[in-house]
Design a protein around this ligand. Structure first.
Ligand SMILES: Nc1ncnc2c1ncn2[C@@H]1O[C@H](COP(=O)(O)OP(=O)(O)OP(=O)(O)O)[C@@H](O)[C@H]1O
Ligand SMILES: [Mg+2]
Length: 336
C-alpha cells in the first residue's frame, strides 16, 4: 500500500474496486485492525484508531467466504459475537431475532449452514456482522460466490438494507458494474494505490487515468500531440487523423504526447457507403449483446476501435462504414 488516502462519509455506501492483488482486502484489514500501517493515520468517527485493538473498533468485517461455523445453527452463528462479548442471554435473544428479521431469515434460524442456499448463507454472515451494531460494516466481496441472478437480487437487498439502517458500508468488489450500481462513491485501486475516487458518474464519465478508463467499462484510446498551449487553452492533434481537439486542461506544453479515452457508446457508426460523414473504417467483428451491438472496426493502420451501437440497422463484417464522435467525448487521461 502506498500513499492510500481515502475518506468515507457517514452513512455512505463506498466501494473499493480493483483487479486481484491491488490491495482491497489489505485496506479492509487495516481499517478493521487486523493489519497495522507503518505510516499514516486511520481515523474512525474522527478519532485516531491506529492503536485501537480490532475488537474495540466500531467496525465489523464480513469475509468473502462467509466463515460460518458449520456445527452451529444459524441462530448460534449470529449470537456468537455477542456471547464472546459477554452480552446478557436475554438481550442476545432479542438482538439475534432482530438481526435475522432484517435479513429475513427467522424462518430458518434453527438450521445449520449446510442446509441453506448460498444467498441465505450470505445473509447469515451479514446478520452476524450487523448484530454487533457497528458504525462501519466492511464487506469483502460479499456476493462473490453467488450466481449471477442471485447476485443481482442480493445487490438490491444489500443496498436497501444499508439505506434502511443508515450504516456506513465499505464494500470490496472486482466487479465494475456492481461497484457502479451500488455505490454512493467508490475508489478504483491499482497496484496498492488509489487511482481515483468519486461518484460512479464522475469516475465513468471523467476517468483521470488510462487505467481507470480501461477498468471501469471499456475504452478506446487515441494518441495525440499538443500543438499549442497558452493562457487561452491548448490544442492537440490526433495521430493519423490530423483532427485538432481543444483541451481544457492546463499545465500542458507544445510537443507533449497526450492520450484520450473514448467510450465505445460515444462512437457513432454510420452505414450507407461513400459520402457518409466521418472517418472511414471497416467492420471486423460484430457481437450481438442484447441491449446493443458491439463492433470492432479497423480504423487507422494497425488500430481498431470498439463501438457500441443500437441493434438495428446492423452493419456486416467487411462492410465499409464511417465513425465519428463529439470532440467533447474525448477525455484526456494521464498514464499510470
Ligand atoms: N500479509 C501479507 N504480507 C505480504 N504481502 C501481502 C500480505 N497480504 C497480502 N499481500 C500482498 O499484497 C497485495 C494485495 O493483496 P490483497 O489481498 O489486498 O489484494 P486484493 O485486492 O484483495 O486482491 P483479490 O481481489 O485477489 O482478493 C498482493 O500482492 C498480496 O500478495
Ligand atoms: Mg481480496
Amino acid at each position: 500500500m502506498d500513499r492510500v488516502s481515502l475518506s468515507v462519509r457517514r452513512g455512505e455506501f463506498f466501494s473499493l474496486l480493483g483487479p486481484s492483488g491491488c490491495g482491497k482486502t489489505t485496506t479492509l484489514r487495516l481499517i478493521a485492525g487486523f493489519a497495522t500501517p507503518d505510516s499514516g493515520e486511520l481515523r474512525i468517527n474522527g478519532t485516531r484508531a491506529n492503536e485501537v485493538p480490532p475488537q474495540r473498533r466500531d467496525v465489523n468485517l464480513v469475509f468473502q467466504n462467509y466463515a460460518l461455523f458449520p456445527h452451529l445453527t444459524v441462530e448460534r452463528n449470529v449470537a456468537f459475537g455477542l456471547e464472546i462479548a459477554g452480552v446478557r442471554p436475554a438481550d442476545i435473544a432479542v438482538r439475534v431475532r432482530d438481526a435475522l428479521d432484517m435479513v429475513q431469515l427467522n424462518a430458518v434460524a434453527a438450521r445449520r449452514p449446510n442446509q441453506l442456499s448460498g444467498g441465505q448463507q450470505q445473509r447469515v454472515a451479514l446478520a452476524r456482522a450487523l448484530v454487533t451494531r457497528p458504525a462501519v460494516l466492511l464487506l469483502d466481496e460479499p456476493l462473490g460466490a453467488l450466481d449471477l441472478k442471485l447476485r443481482k437480487d442480493m445487490q438490491l437487498e444489500l443496498r436497501a438494507l444499508q439505506k434502511k439502517l443508515g450504516l456506513t458500508f465499505i464494500h470490496v468488489t472486482h466487479d465494475q458494474e456492481e461497484a457502479l450500481t451500488l455505490s454512493d462513491r467508490l475508489a478504483v485501486m491499482h497496484r496498492g494505490r488509489v487511482a481515483q475516487q468519486g461518484t460512479p458518474a464522475e469516475l465513468y464519465e471523467r476517468p483521470a487515468t488510462r487505467f481507470v478508463a480501461d477498468f471501469l467499462g471499456e475504452s478506446n484510446f487515441l494518441e495525440g500531440e499538443v500543438v499549442s498551449a497558452g493562457a487561452a487553452g491548448a490544442r492537440a492533434r490526433l495521430d493519423g487523423l490530423g483532427a485538432e481537439v481543444e483541451l481544457a486542461a492546463d499545465g500542458l506544453r507544445a510537443g507533449q504526447r497526450v492520450t484520450f479515452a473514448l467510450r465505445p457508446e460515444r462512437v457513432q457508426l454510420r452505414t450507407g457507403g461513400g459520402g457518409v460523414p466521418g472517418w472511414p473504417a471497416t467492420v471486423e467483428d460484430v457481437a450481438y449483446g442484447g441491449r446493443d451491438t458491439r463492433y470492432r472496426v479497423a480504423f487507422l493502420p494497425g488500430k481498431s476501435l470498439l463501438v457500441r451501437a443500437p441493434n438495428a440497422p446492423r452493419a456486416q463484417v467487411g462492410e465499409r462504414v464511417a465513425v465519428g464522435w463529439e470532440p467533447a467525448d474525448l477525455r484526456l487521461v494521464s498514464g499510470d
